[in-house]
Structure formats: structure tokens, C-alpha cells
Design a protein around this ligand. Structure first.
Ligand SMILES: [Zn+2]
Length: 110
């Protein structure tokens, strides 16, 4: 066993697939495929690694044959990914369901 790469085994999660795709310290959910009629395809997999969780995304976006259109489409891809990451990061425990009363937060105590 290598001392440099040793990771302690972690238990399976409630949602991981519990098959060969789980490693000692990494657990993976069942991949979810998104394939809209407009084209393209994304595979989203929930992953628990170490003490963090993340969504691993493999995204395939068809590009137009025209170089200029393809360049514009790539710009849209980058913009969309930035927006996606910002929207996901903005979701915090307080943003779900029981939103704090904004008026109460803005009210000064007398
Ligand atoms: Zn697992």
C-alpha cells in the first residue's frame, strides 16, 4: 500500500450505486442523461469524494459547421456554464423553502 495515495475507505451513501463505480473513498450515483430534442447530451453524476459532494457533468454540445456560428455557440456554452455555476452556488439552505422574511431582515431594531 502506498503511503502517498492511501485514502481511508468511506461508507456507501444513501444514493450511490454501490457497484464497481464506487471506490474506496469515492461514491457515485446513477448517471442521469439529459438529451433534449434541440440536440446535445449531458450526463450528470452525483459524486461524494473525500468530505465533499459535487455533480460531475459530461456535456456534448453540437456545433454548427460554420466557424463563425460555432464560435458564437462556444461563447454561449461558456456563458451558460458560468450562469449555471453561479445559480447553483447561490442556492443555500436559507434559499430553499423557508426563505427568511426579507422585510424583517431589512428592518432596523428600534
Ligand atoms: Zn458507494
Amino acid at each position: 500500500m502506498s503511503a502517498h495515495f492511501h485514502r481511508d475507505a468511506t461508507p456507501h451513501t444513501d444514493w450511490c450505486v454501490r457497484d464497481h463505480t464506487c471506490g474506496l473513498a469515492e461514491h457515485r450515483g446513477r448517471p442521469i442523461i439529459v438529451a433534449p430534442e434541440a440536440g446535445g447530451r449531458a450526463i450528470v453524476t452525483r459524486v461524494h469524494a473525500g468530505d465533499r459532494e459535487y455533480a460531475a457533468i459530461t456535456l456534448r454540445v453540437p456545433l454548427h459547421r460554420s466557424a463563425s456560428v460555432a464560435a458564437a455557440q462556444l461563447g454561449e456554452v461558456l456563458s451558460g456554464i458560468r450562469n449555471l455555476l453561479a445559480a447553483v452556488a447561490a442556492l443555500r439552505p436559507g434559499a430553499l423553502g423557508s426563505r427568511p422574511d426579507q422585510r424583517a431582515l431589512g428592518r432596523r431594531s428600534a
